[in-house]
Design a protein around this ligand. Sequence first.
Ligand code: SF4
Length: 706
Amino acid sequence: MHQARTTCPYCGVGCGVQAEIDDDRIIGVAGDTEHPANFGRLCVKGAALHETLGDHGRLTRPRIDGVEVGWDTALETVAERLHATRRDHGNHAVAAYLSGQLLTEDYYVANKLFKGFLGTPHLDTNSRLCMASAVAAYKRAFGADAVPCNYEDLEEAELVVLVGSNLAWNHPVLYQRIKAAKQVNPLMRVVVIDPRVTDSCEIADLYLGLAPGSDARLFNGLLAWMDDRDKLDRVYLDRHTQGMEEALAAAREDDTSLEAIAADCDVDVERLETFFHWFASRLHVVTLYSQGINQSSSGTDKCNAIINCHLAEGKIGLPGAGPFSITGQPNAMGGREVGGLANQLAAHMDYHTPGAIERVSRFWATETLEPDLPDGPGHKAVELFEAIERGEVQALWIMATNPVVSLPDANRVREALARCPLVIVSECMADTDLLPYADIVLPASGWSEKDGTVTNSERRISRQRGLLPPPGEARHDWWIITQVAREMGFGEAFAYEHPSEIFDEHARLSGFDNQSGSFRLFDVSGLAGLDRAAYDALEPIQWPVTAAAPRGTARLFVDGCFATPNGKAQLIAIRPRQPRQALSDVRPLRLNTGRVRDQWHTMTRTARSPRLMNHRGEPFIELHPDDARSYGMSDRQLARLSGAGGDYIGRVRLSKGQRRGEVFVPMHWTGQFSGAARMGSLLAAYRDPISGQPESKHGAVSLKPL
Ligand code: SF4
């Protein structure tokens, strides 16, 4: 029996895990007391990790058209068919759709193969559904996708504002940290802003149950309120920001009286004023936001409305202060670091970053390829599947995600895949809703087998270690991609034998030719040159990691200097917009979607643990008792929701925490676990015009008893 340290594969908190291994089995897990994300804590999902393992149900051999084949045949076929698609339809007919479940090394080689060597910009990820709006807003405000805060800031804050985040369920260890900090410091205040009364309200000193979609109006109102009362930090604004007057003018296009803001947001005036007063009168404020803000057709604006308020009072770059986006997935940040979004090129560089295309081309030595790197962004997630539907994309490689469940208008996604001439799926499980649409299925390794790094929501890179051998012929994603690259004739550039070599290349690219500009923020070149032993022993560390900051960087923008061309942060003029999915007589209820405490994504892992299934064991529809009465429904009755692209059947759960006229459904259930509870089929495919993030929190549905 021995112990090993690794990282939890679920949420963006990125907790360290101590695994107890006996005879090629993980027999128990505990929180890693040394890991700075959790200091020994685990939530119930993390604590049940060992209960979700085992070979049963795993995909163990490659399949082509449903027939099991050996790896040689599978790799040759993938390479041949990708080559044929490029030859017959051009490079841009090939695409990849990745996942925040992949490790940074997997992401790096996929990005390098598709953008660098196959010459297609169409590589996106399910992280688009998670935090793309937060990324776009950070870039607009700071000139870079750079999270300024860290988890300690949540404990050092005088005021923590949770907006669009049920932290107690979705990032439980951070919730526990705030709760513990509040016990130590009774003066600390917590405000929860959310249309639903959630378990996070247990630690709330103030709750604002605002109308869905009114967040930008609320923070615009706060900005104007602070200005009216002379609360703005004019010195900070003058020295370190620009755009304040335009942001204020936009905020003042609406009535800025407390009564008008309260009416538009559907909150109590006194509570609103208390929140404004608390925010304005404290310097050490962290506003933590998540999918409730991001998953909106105006998500980027909502994020910037929050950031504006922080910049207006200089609440950033200080201990216990800053606008803090918490990612959903364990490695949503790592994917961003290597360029795993369609609007990025590589290593946090966008296509329009000065010199980026030439720099990356030189580093990857792709100058001699015909053609070289793509010269502009590719299709973002929803657009990608629309391009497949139009026949523009003819070959798609999906890794570690299930778009027929998670994307909006999910039935249309299914139809698009059915029409796509080549669908390759890398997957751990033998039976998912996606696999019937795959021409080629490649068995991938999973948590406890995969070996590499992830980056959590506070920019902390941690090792996820390979503790057990993959079952059967399952292989690591980086290996599969590398082998396909070799089959396609790119062997020299993909001669990796171990993930440490990929990490080294990623670290070197992050600092390559790094002379100026925002690129330096993401520099992890201080981690280049690690040999296997040093890589394996790598302790959790926050980027940037450079020669000047070899132990990492806890907090960004402490000097008030941002990554914009003139070093000043940009306030953005925000004009609040209503959700695109409009209510109507046909669909009169506002749909909200999200996670439940003990499940993860499509439940391929968490459904294996009986105790996790005990919490919420079946798909449900949460609604207010008054609404239930008006529909003639009772608790636990089966009901059907009908939305833009399909139906969802679930059991009614009555909750007074639900606003009237609104329903909530979980995102986890699939056709595999339940015939008709795929939440993605209820949503129309509207997305934010800047970030491309779908509007998953604002569906419009009708409700009928069954
Ligand atoms: Fe895992 Fe997130 Fe729970 Fe930590 S809080 S144990 S990372 S699911």
